[in-house]
Design a protein around this ligand. Structure first.
Ligand code: ADP
Ligand code: ASP
Ligand code: MG
Length: 408
């Protein structure tokens, strides 16, 4: 008998019939004699629906209230699943994060889990109850509801697996593992049987939505294996685990192991920026809780440079508002912004020369007449920003160009 933590994402609980299918899956695990803790996301589309309502009232909603609102989606899905389990004769209890003692810091919308009090969990498990926990949420020291960032139920599941000393965190989703590119846009992407925390962390941080980057970070820190599985079909899935174990299973010697995209990007361009204004621009964005991604400062003159940066699309309005407030101090000329950009990256833990890889990306995209707006490189990845309309074509070209296409 083992403690098993299973997380089901939005599509996996997207309708009552899907919730019933998840209940059956859990019952199979219970019948194998395991103690089961389930973590759920909100039903598919629900978090976006709530967010859109808030934005109708205010383009930059107050972050505390937004967390209160967005966390409600998970309350619906957990109670429905518990109802379905009880109806099938299984003893089950749904619990919100504060009832489980998931303590976070107070950074609304991007809170980090600090501790989990396992008392109530172990008590329920000892009474042979299936526990269904609301993912994505926590509470701060003042009992405010917090959320863990989009996709944060993955992190809830990993943190619960760590707190309960489970053997692994099982993440059930709508694809049957982690692929060499998003299988929804690159048909020839290949499932990866196992990969290291390091590599998954790079992929997740560059936008591979299949796991939230903080979940991988948490798992890495606590050496908790993650298994990504489909809730729609049977299979081995993908195991994310320490480097030594993952490498032993890896067959590939291709320096680029995956192509990752991030469709949640936006671009801001500030003109006529004086050198001595740059740090106050960053300060103002930091105060508005806006994280920058790729940054470029160009121009010869110390008075009229151009500052370009990308950021998460959800933060665009917050950034624009904050920047507008400091334009009156003549920190720069104009603000231009675009939502329709995407970042695409070639990832490989063993990239020998990122110059060679970036050269190849530029050549491959040029052959398809796809313009590149920004480039950045690191030891393990090369990223470019392109217009969103070219994303699918670019992902397919790079995947094939780096020899990652499956043969069938
Ligand atoms: P859930 O609601 O279950 O959390 P998500 O939508 O957050 O599911 O993540 C699963 C999605 O991640 C898949 O449907 C797929 O489109 C996307 N994805 C992006 N990159 C990858 C990748 N490299 N491998 C697998 N899936 C990926
Ligand atoms: N419901 C939240 C979201 O849509 C959390 C999650 O799905 O993991 O981001
Ligand atoms: Mg997700």
């Amino acid at each position: 008998m083992a403690i098993i933590v299973q997380k089901y994402g939005g599509t996996s609980v997207g309708s009552l019939s899907r919730i019933e299918a998840v209940a059956e899956n859990i019952i199979t695990t219970v019948r194998q004699g395991h103690q089961v803790v389930v973590v759920l996301s909100a039903m598919a589309g629900e978090t976006n629906r709530l967010l859109a309502m808030a934005r109708q009232l205010d383009a930059t909603p107050a972050s505390r209230e937004l967390d209160m609102l967005l966390s409600s989606g998970e309350q619906v899905s957990i109670s429905l699943l518990a109802i379905a389990l009880v109806q099938r004769g299984i003893s089950a209890i749904s619990l919100l994060a504060h009832q489980v003692g998931i303590q976070t810091d107070n950074r609304f919308g991007a809170a980090r889990i600090q501790s989990i009090d396992t008392k109530r969990l172990t008590q329920a498990l000892s009474q042979e109850q299936v526990i269904v926990v609301a993912g994505f949420q926590g509470q701060d020291v003042e009992h405010n509801v917090t959320t863990l960032g989009r996709g944060g139920s993955d992190t809830s599941a990993v943190a619960l697996a760590v707190a309960l000393k489970a053997a692994e965190a099982q993440i059930f989703t709508d694809v049957d593992g982690v692929y060499s590119a998003d299988p929804r846009i690159v048909e020839k992407a290949q499932r990866i049987a196992s990969l290291s925390f390091d590599e998954m962390l790079v992929m997740a941080s560059l936008g591979a939505k299949v796991l939230q980057n903080r979940a991988v970070e948490y798992a890495f820190r606590h050496q908790m294996p993650i298994r990504v599985l489909s809730s729609f079909s049977q299979g081995e899935g993908t195991l994310v685990l320490p480097k030594s174990q993952a490498l032993a299973e890896s067959q590939s010697n291709n320096p680029v192991s995956s192509v990752v995209h991030d469709q949640q990007q936006a671009l801001i361009c500030l003109t006529d920026v004086a050198d001595n204004a740059v740090s106050s621009i960053f300060d103002c964005l930091e105060k508005a809780n806006v994280e920058l991604d790729m940054v470029q400062l160009v121009g010869e003159s110390s008075l009229a440079k151009q500052l370009l940066f990308t950021l998460n699309r959800d933060k665009l309005e917050y950034a624009r508002n904050a920047l507008q407030e400091i334009t009156m101090f003549n920190k720069f000329g104009t603000i231009r912004s675009r939502e329709s950009v995407a970042k695409i990256s070639a990832v490989g833990i063993g990239l020998n020369s990122h110059t060679k890889v970036v050269g190849k990306i530029v050549a491959l995209l040029a052959s398809a007449e796809i313009d590149i707006e920004l480039i950045s490189t690191s030891e393990i990845s090369c990223s470019v920003v392109i217009d969103e309309t070219n994303l699918v074509q670019a992902a397919q070209i790079l995947h094939s160009g780096f020899g990652l296409d499956s043969s069938n």
